[in-house]
Design a protein around this ligand. Structure first.
Ligand code: DSN
Length: 488
């Protein structure tokens, strides 16, 4: 593990964390031993697993320990200094420190640390945009102060406008995210959505095509950001397009927030100077606690602050505290080294696949993930995901552009480097991961099921491959322990 246990402080970090966890588990055990057991089992499983899920990571013991306190017990709906409950002074302190670190780390005008997840962060941003762009100007034009002052006729007009807002985001099969206006998420009901894909030949973002669609569709919101696009985005170009059509520019940087924080994405690849609003989760490449956050320009700050109680339940003081600790960690030189290694390792992983004849969407990567097109092995993404898992390699299936197998079976497998880089994996290990994964895929054959979906659901992995792969990964995992020195 790279840096999260190494502290030149007076305390022995690993030994103290071990004591803390042992004590916590002993206390939990007195009430519900099965929960203590499951907690221990999860650590053992994570230690033994080759985690290549691009959206997962390992938060430091400092971050994790921060979540286990009585800050959880306080209701604090509202914002710092303006709460709907009394006695919120310590939650005010915690939320202010989290926001202070976020503003400094990302160079943002405003930071809102309350969202409980990425979906929540996006909802806060969407409502902020609607409030900012639609409600207030429209109400002023109608000469009324609030929604309750509207006549039935005025309300009808406004209601239709609210129901017909347009959002333009990246298509799911190109790597976009459900919360960017797609039907299974509430954003698909709040907005009329159109998506921009990628160039059919290069599979890269085609800014001219985005521009053409934006001019034709005239969205209220232009959304950039992805969960399965293995490349960087030029946010200056996207902002230019948003400005041309009068759209608010929103970036969901959940996947690559750690690369922005670690200054791997700078200049036009850093969304913060270009977007009106930037949303993120805090637990992916940023390596914090599970949660979300919104960064905004001054213009949108007041609207973002309406997040709770507009769409969020009471803020979680213990998680905001952990966000503050994680953001403090992300401001260290060690985190920059980590972020650079995440991107370098992804390149090594991609090169390892390409050298062994695999097909990668866009032909490579320049962020933290690679998207492997497994159709060349005669497999669906689902078969490949399952075979890799049988061999101890944890990935997730993912659609590729214009995927003939749809979003359930898919033709792709997504792999990311943030988690294993935290464990200390470097170039040698990631090249070996590519070698092992290719070997598994080459030794997997699709099997036609007797009922339903022929050839899509079943697979067979050649004898001995799973065992040999697990043995090889076990060696790498043992050499790069998760939370070294942490003993329960
Ligand atoms: N679930 C996250 C991912 O895996 O990319 C995004 O929401």
């Amino acid at each position: 593990m790279t840096d999260t246990l190494a502290r030149p402080a007076a305390v022995d970090y690993a030994a103290t964390a071990s004591q803390a966890y042992r004590a916590a588990l002993a206390v939990i055990e007195t009430v519900e031993p099965r929960i203590a057991d499951a907690t221990r089992a999860e650590l053992a499983d994570q230690r033994d697993s080759l985690k290549l899920i691009a959206s997962e990571n390992y938060a430091s013991p400092a971050v994790l320990l921060t979540m286990g306190t009585w800050l959880s017990d306080k209701y604090a709906e509202g914002t710092v200094g303006h709460r709907f409950y009394a006695a919120c002074q310590n939650i005010d302190t915690v939320e202010s420190i989290a926001a202070e670190h976020a503003r400094a780390l990302f160079g943002a005008d405003y930071a809102y640390a309350q969202p409980h997840s990425g979906i929540d962060a996006n909802l806060v941003a969407f409502w902020a945009i609607l409030a900012h762009r639609v409600e207030l100007p429209e109400l002023a034009e109608l000469g009324v102060k609030g929604v309750n002052d509207l006549t039935e006729e005025q309300w009808e007009t406004l209601r239709h406008k609210f129901g017909n807002q347009r959002a333009l985001g990246m298509s799911l099969d190109a790597g976009g995210h459900l919360t960017h206006g797609f039907r299974p998420n509430i954003s698909g009901k709040m907005f009329h959505q159109r998506s921009y894909g990628t160039d059919p030949k290069t599979q890269l973002l085609d800014y001219d095509a985005v521009r053409r669609t934006a001019h034709e569709f005239k969205p209220l919101v232009l959304i950039a950001g992805y969960s399965a696009y293995p490349r960087r985005v030029n946010f200056a170009k996207m902002r230019e397009i948003a400005d041309e059509v009068g759209a608010t520019f929103m970036v969901d940087m959940a996947h690559f927030a750690g690369l922005v924080a670690g200054k791997v994405f700078t200049g036009e690849e850093d969304p913060v100077p270009y977007a009106h609003l930037v949303t993120t989760t805090t637990h992916k490449s940023l390596r914090g606690p599970r949660g979300g956050m919104v960064l905004a320009t001054k213009d949108y700050a007041e609207d973002v602050d309406r997040g709770c109680p507009m769409v969020l339940g009471g803020p979680m003081g213990h998680v905001m505290a952990a966000k503050a600790v994680a953001l403090a960690e992300a401001r260290t030189p060690e985190f920059r080294t980590y972020a650079a290694a995440v991107a370098d390792n992804a390149k090594t992983l991609a090169d390892g696949f390409l050298r062994r004849g695999a097909t990668l969407v866009t032909g490579g990567t320049d962020n933290h993930l690679v998207l492997l097109d497994v159709s060349g092995y005669g497999l669906t993404g689902r078969q490949a995901e399952s075979a890799l898992l049988d061999a101890g390699i944890v990935t997730n299936r993912n659609a590729v552009p214009s995927d003939p197998n749809g979003a359930w079976y898919t033709s792709g497998v997504r792999l990311g480097t943030p988690a294993l880089t935290t464990r200390g994996f470097g170039a040698d290990e990631f090249d070996r991961v590519a070698e092992l994964a290719v070997n598994v895929l080459k030794n997997t054959t699709p099997v036609t099921a007797s009922t339903g979906m022929p050839g899509k659901a079943k697979y067979a992995l050649a004898d001995g491959v799973a065992h040999a792969t697990k043995a090889a990964t076990a060696e790498m995992l043992a050499a790069n322990p998760l939370y070294p020195g942490l003993e329960l």
